[in-house]
Design a protein around this ligand. Structure first.
Ligand code: BG6
Length: 478
């Protein structure tokens, strides 16, 4: 297979502050909504939390050394808003700024490009208490102040910025399914908070450009392309419904500066739309013209079928890793997500579909004509440490390898891909699935206080791919 990856391709890996850092009240850090939520009874898998996590806050040098040894070209991480601004606004915590400066310097020293996410779900608790966080438009300006502080503090060293991570997931889980903070079920709030994330993104993009910083900025959306369950009209219509209030609803407002028309009509009839000011749409349009790339987190595709008015609604998520436990989820009258019999599934019932990535990348290219950064892709699995201290995660190599091949094919089809970040570099906390659902190249024994790091088989395999800029894989050796 012809290798389409150019020399500047960012072979990366990723993490997020709450999931790796630990040090949850160290050096003046304020509380985030996750610091509070994970301590509430019954909210996370077996009560797991990120108080210590992988202790990356105290061990980042060791982690960056491992990245260097692997030859990683880029490391995507998020900044904890509450480390910089413990109350969400006002007084800056210099120790927090220092930590990220140290991490960035350490990466640059080792030729690893930092890709910085500004928001990976850890809103300052004080803003939640003051005005209900994302529910109030006040959050937009507080967010932009925080973003500007990041641009000012790190903008001379960081080239790649991701403003929001998966706003579609944290608003859906927080306001449609009550699985993330603040644990509400309210369609109006879901749409309102999503609108506010788009504004926070848009205003931050414009601020970034106004500051004249040299660099690239976008946001990362969780993207699940979909197929119709059959060629029956009702399934085709269901697929269109899915895209209107799913993928295109999420990405159009960020990358075209408008909501899809049919989706708007649907919510208008239900009287669920938030107040959208004319000024908002002007900002969103301007930002969409200035944004540099689309970030996507890709894990799986969906298979969409007709769902009658008395059909299924949201029926929960598989969080215990018992394959086959996932029930169908849907929106009555619009669509439901059914099992795709032609695909394999993970233990958490996520469809494994490498070609879905190629398919989705081409869809995005055709709709937005922007370069794409794959900011997450990975396999959550129960990894086992063998008696001899090794982790033979061949299944992860197979998963990632097939997705990288899909990227290569997408480039052949004209998609401009800036880089590919696996989720995740070390093992880390999975928000609702605890520490047993592992994604990393580097194993961490979370039961053992030492939290020692052990590179898995996939760590060395990815190293070979990076060294050969993809040749190792594309020549057929998975
Ligand atoms: C993405 C998030 O949704 O998927 C990550 O950006 C998350 O933070 C990852 O960990 C995998 O999801 P999960 O639920 O398996 O941890």
């Amino acid at each position: 297979m012809k290798n389409m990856f150019d020399e500047s391709f960012l072979w990366g890996s990723a993490s997020a502050a709450y999931q790796v850092e630990g040090g949850y009240k160290q050096d003046g850090k304020g509380k985030s909504i996750w610091d509070v939520w994970s301590h509430l009874e019954g909210k996370t898998y077996n009560g797991t939390n990120g108080d210590i996590a992988a202790d990356h806050y105290n061990r980042f040098i060791e982690d960056v050394e491992l990245m260097e040894k692997q030859g990683l070209k880029a490391y995507r991480f998020s900044i904890a808003w509450t480390r910089l601004l413990p109350e969400g606004k006002g007084k800056v915590n210099e120790k927090g700024v220092q930590f990220y400066n140290n991490l960035i310097d350490e990466l640059i020293k080792r030729d690893i490009e930092p890709i910085v996410t500004l928001y990976h779900w850890d809103l300052p608790q004080s803003l939640q208490e003051e005005y209900e966080g994302w529910e109030s438009k006040k959050v937009v300006d507080d967010f932009v102040q925080y973003a500007k502080l990041c641009f000012k503090s790190f903008g001379d060293k960081v080239k790649y910025w991701i403003v929001m991570n998966e706003p579609n997931i944290f608003t859906a889980l927080g306001y449609q399914m009550a699985l993330h903070p603040p644990g509400k079920i309210d369609e109006k709030l879901y749409l309102k908070t999503y609108h506010h994330t788009a504004l926070a993104h848009g205003k931050s993009v414009l601020a970034f450009k106004e500051m004249g910083l040299k660099g690239y900025i976008g946001s990362s959306i969780a993207f699940s392309p979909a197929y119709p369950a059959s060629s029956r009209d009702e399934d085709i219509k269901a697929l269109d419904n899915y895209y209107q209030i799913g993928p295109w609803w999420f990405t159009d407002i960020y990358y075209k500066g408008e909501y899809p028309k049919k989706g708007l009509e649907y919510y208008r009839l239900k009287e669920s739309l938030p107040e959208i000011e004319e000024e908002d749409m002007i900002i969103l349009k301007k930002a969409a013209e200035k944004v540099d790339y689309i970030g996507i987190n890709y894990y799986q595709t969906a298979m969409i079928a007709h769902n009658p008015l008395d059909g299924v609604g949201f029926q929960g998520m598989n969080t215990d890793g018992k394959k086959g436990g996932q029930k169908e989820n849907g929106i009555p009258g619009l669509y439901k997500n059914v099992k795709n019999e032609s695909l394999e599934y993970t233990d958490w019932d996520w469809a494994i579909d490498p070609d879905g990535l190629r398919y989705g990348l081409v869809e995005l290219k055709e709709r937005y004509s922007l370069p794409i950064l794959i900011s997450e892709n990975g396999l959550g699995a129960f990894d086992k440490l063998s008696q001899s201290g090794e982790i033979e995660d061949d299944y992860r190599m197979e998963f990632l390898g097939k997705h990288i091949i899909a990227c290569n094919k997408a480039i052949e089809q004209g998609v401009k891909i800036i880089g590919y970040c696996t989720w995740s570099f070390t093992d880390l906390l999975s928000w609702l699935n605890g520490y047993r659902k592992r994604y990393g190249f580097v194993y961490i024994d979370f039961e053992d206080k030492a939290l020692s790091r052990i590179p898995k088989k996939s760590y060395y395999w990815y190293k070979r791919i990076i060294e050969t800029n993809g040749d190792y894989l594309l020549k057929g050796e998975l």
